[in-house]
Design a protein around this ligand. Sequence first.
Ligand SMILES: Cc1ncc(COP(=O)(O)O)c(C=O)c1O
Length: 563
Amino acid sequence: MSGPFTVRVATHQDRDEIFRLRHEVYAVELRQYPIDPRGRLDEPADSGNVHLLVLAGDELAGFVSLTPPSAPRYFVERYLNEAAARRVRADSPYEIRALTVRAKHRRGPVAALLMYAVLRWVVARGGRSVIAMGRAETQDMYARLGLRRTGVEFTAGAQRYGLMRGDVAAGRVVVAQRYRRLLPRLGALVRWELDVPFDASPEHCAHGGRSFDAIGTSFDRLDRRDRIVTADVLDAWFPPAPGVLAALTADPAWLARTSPPAQADGLITEIAKARGVDRDAIVVGAGSSDLIYRGLPRLIGAGSRVLLMQPTYGEYPHLVGKLGARADVLRLRPETGWRLDLDELERALQRGYDLVVLVNPGNPTGRHVDADALWRVLRTAPASTTIWVDEAYVDYAGPAQTLEPRVALAGNLIVCKTMSKAYALSGLRVGYLVASGPLAADLRRWSPPWPVALPAQLAGIRALQDPGHYQRCWQRTGDLRRTLADGLRSAADVEVVESEANFVLVRLAREGMAAEVRGRCEEHGVFVRDVSPLSPDFRDRYVRVAVKDVTEIRRIVAAVSGS
Ligand SMILES: Cc1ncc(COP(=O)(O)O)c(C=O)c1O
């Protein structure tokens, strides 16, 4: 995105210009502070604050300051009595401060851009509410964005202020409705350099995979792949079975130029044999993403009611939203170690959803629910509710933990499987799902021919023919996960959430640290995932780290701990 305006986060070098603009507006114009002969109005060191800027060309056109809930105190507290300050702190808002626009830009889009940047920034960090001190002139603008007057008023310098408060969720709705037409025009005017996309309903769901920034998506710096640690995506740390590698390298020219079996019959037969399920129950795809995107539109549409866990794998809320369905969330919570509460799930199931989606073990939590216990609850759902269980990581939890065999007992259960993670085939794209005969047949009817590439069909078959290799790798993954968790706990001030998958969720020392730790790791060539956008309960405090081999684990531990 490019245009006459740039939106970005201020760096240390921007401070001087920010202080000059503050002086111009708050001392010279508003007389809230005495004139300073240096023409600067410095801000007391408040390291936790973030300044978002709009530049017109090279000139600072405006800025807004944000105080995150992790800061020792909000600016507005100095004007409030203790009870009012306590009320303000209660739901950990982000504080919007000093929305400042240079006089000559007041008629342009700068203020709108700043406020939109605030909203996108706070949403991306899981913030639930904002507060702001509004002057008479700014209160109306805040009100148009969905903030409400709280009735608390005070005087600062020559100005009278009112304290305003807004829910982020309500703000998103207001912006989506009222600014529907304005936003694309603003988008065309701006070079957007924040780490959260400009568009609130992006075409694609965000993922890890930033390591490809280092390698290049045209693969022109491929030699770097061995120097970086890709712990932000959840690919296997181990290689595919030897038989897979032998098959892929025997005749690559034939593999490249030959059309595969159109319905992947051999792959389906091998999956049925290896997993003990009926051939007719299997639908294959180019990774489970392909099946998610082919399957969900067959199950839900505008107005459908869906139950999702929060946090969950990001594609589910993204796709459910795009399909116009209404999603309720069952919130997993830090207080209970992000465990799924089966009683709560059982109660929720009685509401009669069209679709319930569960990822077990959970991503990004890594928490696993025992298959028998989960099944006892899931079977209480009404027959009209389709239950979609995504088992991308289940093989790491043990051989008896998959619900695949239960599909034969329940017409409304779909088990979605990928061979990306546990079979080390992410690059090749092989996945399958297991569903009752009619559901599977319906999905096959809407599937393209050659759904899985020839090298991928061949690799999938050879992988399933070597269970011993994978059993050993899955077991070793458990050992390495413990090494990673112990290493992180002893080197850094963190907590590690119990996991049965090939990754761990890490709780950092303080709220608001996730982006900083991710950035610091990247400087060491170590990529970890900041999971803040997946749940407001993460409070900018969690990163997810994939299990890697011993050498890479050492690098991850050093990077996270900053040693
Ligand atoms: C829970 C879950 N489901 C599905 C997928 C998609 O995997 P693929 O498309 O490689 O099969 C992922 C990938 O990270 C995942 O975490």
